[in-house]
Design a protein around this ligand. Structure first.
Ligand SMILES: [Zn+2]
Length: 83
């Protein structure tokens, strides 16, 4: 499970609640922007991804707390912030 930013509306979305893994070559979309789903799942509030940290795995993180092990052992890094 990971958090990503929707390419169309810029909100935060969860890989497990959208078609992230089955999208093929298509754009990364939230459940509401994905024409195959078409509505927000309601599992959490729809919010902008602005200010979220971008990890070297491509997913978003709200803070660096809890990432120490991955930084030390897996070469994980914070590479930027969503604008
Ligand atoms: Zn969207």
């Amino acid at each position: 499970m990971g958090i990503f930013s929707c390419e169309k509306c810029g909100c935060m979305e969860n890989t497990a609640l959208s078609k992230y893994w089955s999208r093929g070559e298509g754009p990364v979309l939230c459940s509401e922007c994905d024409p195959k789903i078409g509505k927000w799942h309601g599992r959490f509030e729809k919010k902008s991804a602005a200010g979220m940290l971008i990890g070297s795995d491509g997913f978003l993180y709200s803070s660096e707390i809890g990432l120490e092990w991955r930084k030390e052992h897996q070469g994980f890094k914070i590479v930027g912030m969503v604008k």
